[in-house]
Design a protein around this ligand. Structure first.
Ligand SMILES: [Mn+2]
Length: 349
């Protein structure tokens, strides 16, 4: 497997987009604000250039994320597009085949005509020509360079609240925890400033992303919090939610979005983990950690998630275990103890 890094340039991707006529855009399952925002940036830019473009949306997306799109910008799959429906595939905000299962056969058929825009450290050959900027806070920041290179107006789109600038802002704000994470550097703030100057409606994005939960959120959050235990002298917090918890509260996994961050409000906690048994025998794990302490990165969630076949970023990563909740909890607890021991062995704090 080739290492997962750029094998193309923004200039080359711009040329491929310009010569395409019908563009299908995909991102990871259950898209977050960055996945949806970045996909919509591409859709809106292509449409502004007079091309046909759609985001192909697999089932299970959170309605509040879907609300970032205007009517007619997304096409539900299944059914998958027919051969010839699109002449270029665009994959954004992921390089993981496991997150693209719903469109895998279509991507395979499009493999010679596909481009990728991503900022993850790990991935596979899901797109033929790709730009991967690990130093970017969001895929939408990577894609901002593409918008500039295409020369389309940042106000293009389906009207106020549904412009390229709005979509880019949604990705930038969500992936930086509303500009709190270490990744929210000067370049991110400069881009945010440009987007606001171009009319991005930040209150609308905030209301959709942060103030649109269902009442079931509180029931499932209460269960997650009551399951909390501390590891490593309070350095880490682990929460777990089982299949029965979802059944009892009427919540679904969308209702738990961002809940993993809750224990980070505790001073001693550097790492927070949430294990979710989404279906019996399958446990999804979210990993989060606080930013650098005195300029030093204390934990690397991308590295830790790799122990379970997962990945992501330094401060936010995830993995999926084919194990029931109890077995997965025992495995994560054991691995975290080993991770701490090795870190101390390396002379880490
Ligand atoms: Mn992202």
């Amino acid at each position: 497997m080739n290492p997962y890094c750029s094998n193309s340039t923004i200039a080359e991707l711009t040329g491929l987009l310009r010569s395409a006529n019908r563009i299908g855009v995909v991102s990871h399952d259950r898209p977050d604000g960055d996945a949806m925002g970045t996909a919509l940036m591409v859709v809106r830019a292509c449409r502004a250039l007079g091309k046909q473009a759609d985001m192909l949306l697999t089932p299970g997306a959170s309605p509040t994320v879907v609300a970032l799109a205007a009517a007619g910008e997304c096409r539900s799959v299944p059914p998958l597009p027919a051969a010839g429906d699109y002449d270029l595939a665009v994959v954004v905000d992921t390089g993981a085949r496991s997150q693209l299962e719903g469109v895998a056969s279509w991507l395979q058929a499009m493999s010679e005509s596909s481009i990728g825009l991503d900022h993850h450290a790990r991935g596979e050959e899901v797109a033929r020509h790709r730009v991967v900027e690990v130093g970017c806070a969001s895929a939408s920041q990577v894609t901002a360079a593409l918008i500039d290179a295409l020369g389309v107006a940042w106000t293009s789109g389906a009207g106020p609240g549904f412009t390229i600038a709005d979509a880019c802002f949604a990705g930038l704000a969500t992936d930086t925890g509303w500009f709190r994470f270490a990744s929210a550097d000067a370049a991110v703030m400069a881009l945010a400033s440009r987007l606001l100057a171009q009319g991005a409606e930040k209150e609308r994005v905030h209301a959709l992303m942060e103030e649109s939960e269902r009442p079931q959120r509180m029931g499932i959050l209460a269960r997650a919090l009551s399951s909390l235990s501390f590891l490593g002298d309070g350095e880490a917090a682990i929460m777990r939610v089982g299949h029965a918890d979802f059944a009892a509260t009427g919540a679904n996994s969308n209702d738990l979005g961002g809940a993993v961050n809750e224990p980070l409000c505790v001073g001693s906690v550097r790492v927070a983990m949430l294990l979710t048994e989404t279906e019996p025998g399958i446990t999804k794990i979210s990993f989060r950690c606080k930013g650098p302490q005195a300029g030093c990165i204390t934990h690397d969630m991308n590295e830790f998630a790799a122990r379970f076949g997962g990945g992501g970023h330094v401060q936010a990563a995830g993995a999926r275990l084919k194990q029931p909740l109890d077995a997965a909890t025992a495995e994560v607890t054991r691995q975290f103890a080993d991770y701490l021991a090795r870190r101390q062995g390396k002379g880490g704090s």
